[in-house]
Ligand binder design. Structure first.
Ligand code: HEC
Ligand code: HEC
Ligand code: HEC
Ligand code: HEC
Ligand code: HEC
Ligand code: HEC
Length: 306
């Protein structure tokens, strides 16, 4: 008799033991927190992703895309599946996941066909397709924290652009190991230029990397369409607000990333001085060794003259 009651007691005890009650309590608590977050964020459409990707969502909330787009606009997925409870299912319907570096341009092209079209002719895009870690949209703009270039915190704000490019172009190991000696002094040489010094001494940004190399249409110098192809330099330097109408005379002033040259009547003074010194040294060496040679071989003995 007592046995039956005890069994029954045990069964109820098993179902409603303290641990389970605690779990149910936590479950209800989570549900209510969940609903309050939902209430707070209703309208933003990011609630389903927020549960598991909270850091990304807070990045995203500060970006230009936040007001106009949802996570699902870029990644797919269904924001409505989750209801009020955390659900992995939001990552199912049409979910495209994380794009590869090469796919990022297509990802953004949906809404920015102009920028993407131009970018897809650039050296960065070509090299990316050859599996080299060249710049994709997100390397220059950021991923979830993209800001307008008018925002001083943006990686593409004029004063920040040099550093954005330098992340890669000043990185010795990255560039030299992988790219057969592509020059890594671009930021250093730029820093020495008048363009940068003027900005550092309180002026505006006169010309930064992307003013000369284009934002998206970045090309290698030997490409006839490149802004830095010698044939196009007059147009590039002569842009509105830069050196309008400067023409050839101005452009003979030396290369941008080299030390500045000094020109005398269109002769490169630095080169003339260098050549002069080389000739001088060669002359002196020949003269000295000539004398020694004559001293050894000549029959003419200085002592005997006395
Ligand atoms: C229940 C939790 C949960 C929810 C809700 C959730 N995710 Fe995820 N998500 C994960 C986990 C776990 C991973 C895998 C983690 C990893 O690979 O770093 C992941 C990975 C991802 C990835 C990378 C996939 C890849 O290919 O590597 C993307 C993009 C992503 N989630 C987007 C979203 C979006 C957009 C939403 C909302 C529509 C969402 N997630 C909602 C848990 C969740
Ligand atoms: C403007 C398009 C865009 C929007 C909107 C966007 N993402 Fe992404 N997301 C990307 C791109 C591009 C990548 C891949 C970046 C990379 O790895 O270079 C990515 C990567 C991810 C990853 C995997 C990489 C990682 O850092 O773990 C997750 C997870 C993710 N996104 C979640 C989200 C969530 C959640 C939202 C909404 C809050 C969101 N994304 C909104 C473009 C977007
Ligand atoms: C679903 C459409 C959509 C996708 C996909 C998208 N964007 Fe946008 N993007 C927008 C909209 C809309 C704006 C305008 C926001 C505004 O004006 O406030 C914008 C603004 C921007 C801006 C700032 C523009 C400005 O003039 O201030 C940049 C930079 C940008 N997006 C880059 C990207 C990059 C990089 C990607 C790919 C990772 C991307 N976008 C993917 C819709 C999208
Ligand atoms: C994510 C890294 C990365 C970022 C950021 C980046 N680049 Fe590049 N860039 C590369 C790589 C890699 C190459 C290709 C090198 C090669 O293999 O020829 C390249 C090539 C170039 C070239 C052609 C030079 C050549 O010899 O191939 C120019 C010019 C250039 N980048 C300018 C810029 C400018 C200007 C910026 C900033 C607005 C920038 N890059 C940002 C990685 C980057
Ligand atoms: C090498 C670096 C670099 C890459 C790669 C790059 N951008 Fe840009 N992007 C810039 C710079 C620099 C600006 C302009 C800043 C300015 O106007 O002063 C810009 C401007 C923009 C703008 C105009 C809005 C604004 O903020 O002024 C959009 C939209 C944009 N880019 C989208 C993209 C997309 C989409 C991709 C990939 C297909 C991409 N960008 C690739 C550097 C880059
Ligand atoms: C005032 C214009 C100007 C500015 C600013 C400028 N460049 Fe250049 N860049 C040039 C010119 C012109 C060349 C080609 C001739 C030379 O090497 O001087 C060049 C060459 C290059 C090359 C080699 C290209 C090739 O095809 O071999 C790279 C890479 C490069 N610059 C990156 C940068 C980066 C990164 C910045 C910013 C930190 C920058 N440049 C700033 C004008 C500029």
């Amino acid at each position: 008799m007592g046995g039956i009651i005890t069994d029954r007691d045990n069964k109820w005890y098993q179902i409603f033991n303290i641990r389970k009650l605690t779990l149910i309590f936590i479950f209800l608590l989570l549900l209510s927190i969940n609903n309050s977050i939902a209430a707070e964020q209703s309208g933003t459409g990011d609630i389903s992703c927020y549960h598991c990707h909270s850091r990304l969502v807070s990045d995203f909330q500060k970006s230009v895309h936040f007001d106009k787009n949802t996570c699902a606009d870029c990644h797919g997925g269904d924001l409505n599946i989750s209801g009020s409870l955390v659900s992995i299912n939001v990552m199912h319907a049409n979910f495209t996941g994380k794009p590869t570096a090469v796919n990022i341009a297509d990802f953004c092209a949906k809404c920015h066909p102009g920028s993407s079209g131009v970018y897809e002719e650039s050296i960065h895009w070509q090299k990316l397709k050859e599996d080299r870690p060249a710049a994709s949209c997100t390397d220059c703009h950021g991923i979830h924290n993209i800001l307008s270039s008018k925002d001083p915190n943006s990686s593409t704000f004029p004063q920040n652009i040099a550093e954005t490019c330098a992340k890669c172009h000043e990185n010795q190991t990255r560039m030299q190991a992988l790219y057969y000696g592509i020059k890594t002094d671009r930021f250093d040489t730029y820093k020495k230029s008048y363009h940068y010094k003027s900005y550092k001494s309180g002026g505006g940004v006169i010309a930064t990397c992307s003013d000369c190399h284009e934002n998206h249409d970045t090309r290698i110098a030997s490409d006839p369409k490149s802004a830095i192809n010698p044939a196009n330099l007059i147009t590039t330097c002569g842009k509105k607000g830069c050196h309008e109408g400067a023409g050839n005379v101005f452009l003979s002033g030396g290369k941008i990333h080299e030390e500045q040259s000094v020109y005398l009547l269109s002769f490169d003074a630095k080169r003339i001085v260098t050549i002069f010194y080389i000739i001088m040294i060669l002359f002196e060496l020949t003269f000295t060794f000539g004398l020694i040679f004559l001293g050894i071989t000549s029959k003419f003995d200085i002592k005997r003259r006395h």
